[in-house]
Design a protein around this ligand. Sequence first.
Ligand SMILES: [Ca+2]
Ligand SMILES: [Ca+2]
Length: 178
Amino acid sequence: MGNTTSSAISKEILEDLKLSTKFTETEISLWYENFQKQCPTGRITPEEFEQIYSRFFPDSDAKTYARHVFRSFDTNDDGTLDFKEYIIALHMTSTGKTTRKLEWAFSLFDVDKNGYINKTEVTEICQAIFKLIPKEEQSKLPEDENTPEKRANKLWAYFEKKDNGKGNKPSTSIHCAP
Ligand SMILES: [Ca+2]
Ligand SMILES: [Ca+2]
């Protein structure tokens, strides 16, 4: 076994992640090792991410949704997920606090990343989510939300009620580093 061949995680990233996720140093280091094994390049491409998602949803089309999720976590917009973005994603979708999850949900819906959510964006995400639901289960959905459009209308009505229809901005900024 060769030792010290894999580069250790940088102190700066480690400290940063400890602060923003509350994962322990050991946890982060372990994930880093795994990440490097699975992703020797240190970056996850959208295609790789789609494959990961497809494994979770073998009976449906997870591609579109995976692409949106990928975009929402690619905070520096370089078209790949690096280790830091990946850990934040992991944190957000598993153990994240509700407020954090809301921030993430916001960035998921804000397709063009302009800081506002419009109805087209809500419809787009609802369509992507619908593709995750296997056909036979779609037919069992309640009458008022059994199509992406109905679901989007419902969600949009909820947003409008909250914000008097003036477009929706998050109360806290989404992508600001500590
Ligand atoms: Ca990135
Ligand atoms: Ca937008």
